[in-house]
Design a binder for this molecule. Structure first.
Ligand code: HEC
Length: 171
């Protein structure tokens, strides 16, 4: 009888222990995944801003060359970066102010759809001023954005392709 009681206790302990072991293993996996996630590289706000800075400059030359497909592409690159900022920079309280950039971007988008150079130029000035308004509002007023004075890269043609093709045909 004592033997059976002993066996029953052993079985009970063994069956209680198994789920515990499983839970421990699961916890270890979660811990290791959490560690990996914490150590995974994600760009900081400054890096997203540097990307936006390039798109801002390219957008200007695309617009001034009336290369509307390129301008449309660049404005959407900026919008994508803004979405990424909202997804990845949640620990930065400054991003609460990011919404102010949407109206000037909408206005540029509209100018691009209308292929209206004058509206593009005035909206771009508004956009640039808004970049600086946000920098001032978030204690980064020393980052002063201006309308680009020279091409941001030397290895990209900002002129529209159709014009080039037409020019070649005329030659
Ligand atoms: C949320 C408001 C906000 C808006 C809108 C905004 N910025 Fe910024 N920007 C910041 C903050 C905050 C920083 C500092 C980031 C950091 O800590 O690295 C910054 C930094 C920068 C930097 C410096 C990046 C570096 O590391 O050298 C540039 C360039 C920049 N922004 C360009 C722009 C441009 C161009 C626009 C407009 C198209 C813009 N920003 C709009 C808040 C904003």
């Amino acid at each position: 009888m004592k033997f059976f009681a002993f066996i029953t206790i052993v079985i009970l302990i063994a069956s209680c222990n198994r789920p515990n072991k499983e839970a421990e293993k699961m916890q270890a996996t979660i811990d290791s995944l959490q560690k990996q996630l914490k150590e995974t590289y994600k760009p900081g706000l400054g890096e997203f801003m540097t990307g936006i800075q390039t798109h801002h400059a390219k957008l200007w030359f695309a617009g001034q060359n009336q290369n509307w497909p390129l301008a449309d592409f660049e404005v959407h690159e900026i919008l994508e970066s803004l979405d990424d900022i909202q997804a990845y920079c949640t620990e930065r309280s400054e991003i609460k102010a990011i919404g102010m950039i949407k109206p000037p971007l909408d206005s540029i988008n509209n100018a691009i759809q209308q292929k209206n150079l004058q509206q593009f130029t005035s909206s771009f000035t508004l956009l640039t001023n808004t970049c600086n308004t946000c920098h001032k509002a978030t204690d980064h007023g020393f980052n002063v954005v201006i309308i680009p004075t020279s091409l941001p890269v030397v290895n990209q043609d900002f002129k529209p392709i159709q014009q080039e093709a037409a020019k070649k045909q005329r030659m």
